[in-house]
Write a protein that binds this ligand. Structure first.
Ligand code: AP5
Ligand code: MG
Length: 222
């Protein structure tokens, strides 16, 4: 099974993907995490990608499709994946379809999380992360320790470079312009399921699982 999580910045894609991969035993492919790791490691990819992430613009499609092709070629991708933050443009969606077809596979569902802009700005400007293990903190709902050290690994807790209000607003504009049209793309293929992302993490997870399980039952019946 291959799933993609669509949704604006801070819609909850990463939070839900981590839960879904445990339940459905799928590989989690977060293109944002891959790019942030490359930047941290100072690889050629990281050097190319850094300015895009800092401004909230998208990394060019050819680079992104190269990353996905390489990742899908690894043995742990054989059982299927949850794509988190990919595809983000129509050429990426076409490219993913072609890559999966080559592997005699296909995308089963596109799960789109809908969250109002003002809530996204609130969520993301209060988010903090560990720069070592990526653990998620939030100054409102899950405050980091006063010494700024991660409870899980002792790493430094920081604000993501793109989690400042001006950049969040640009990420929202980029989402509307380049990524939201994918809803029509997947709706036209019968794969789109829209889920209200303005609920508790548990309620959203329950709704996503129900949607996936309904799909699996339908496919088994055909
Ligand atoms: P990426 O890392 O994918 O960032 P994003 O899409 O902007 O989204 P986030 O990771 O910030 O949010 P999320 O939806 O995962 O939400 P999360 O669960 O963390 O991409 C970063 C950049 O990389 C892009 O801007 C671009 O430059 C580049 N890039 C990546 N992929 C690319 C591609 N395919 N093509 C080109 N460029 C690409 O939750 C957010 C916060 O809200 C957390 O603090 C969380 O705890 C909290 N939260 C989550 N759910 C809830 C809830 N239900 N209630 C309350 N709080 C919640
Ligand atoms: Mg994410």
């Amino acid at each position: 099974m291959n799933l993609t999580l669509l949704g604006g910045p801070g819609a909850g894609k990463g939070t839900q993907a981590k839960r879904l991969l445990e339940k459905y035993r799928l590989l989690h492919i977060s293109t944002g995490d891959i790019l942030r790791q490359a930047i941290k490691d100072g690889t050629p990819l990281g050097l190319q990608a850094e300015r895009y992430l800092k401004s909230g613009e998208l990394v060019p499609d050819a680079i992104m499709l190269g990353i996905i092709e390489e990742r899908l070629a690894q043995p742990d991708a054989a059982a299927g994946a949850i794509f988190d933050g990919f595809p983000r443009t129509l050429p990426q969606a076409d490219g993913l379809e072609a890559l999966l077809r080559k592997r005699k596979s296909r995308l089963n569902l596109c799960l789109s999380l809908e969250v109002p802009d003002e809530l996204i700005i609130k969520r993301l400007s209060s988010r903090r992360i560990c720069n070592q293990c990526g653990a998620d903190y939030n100054v409102i709902s899950n405050p980091p320790p006063a010494d700024g050290k991660c409870l899980k690994c002792g790493g430094q807790i920081i604000q993501r470079a793109d989690d400042f209000e001006e950049t969040i607003r640009n990420r929202l504009a980029v989402y509307r312009r380049q990524t939201k049209p994918l809803q029509d793309y997947y709706s036209g293929r019968g794969l789109l399921r829209v889920v209200d992302g303005n609920q508790t993490v548990d309620d959203i997870f329950a709704k996503l699982c129900q949607t996936i399980d309904d799909h699996l039952k339908e496919s088994a019946g055909n």
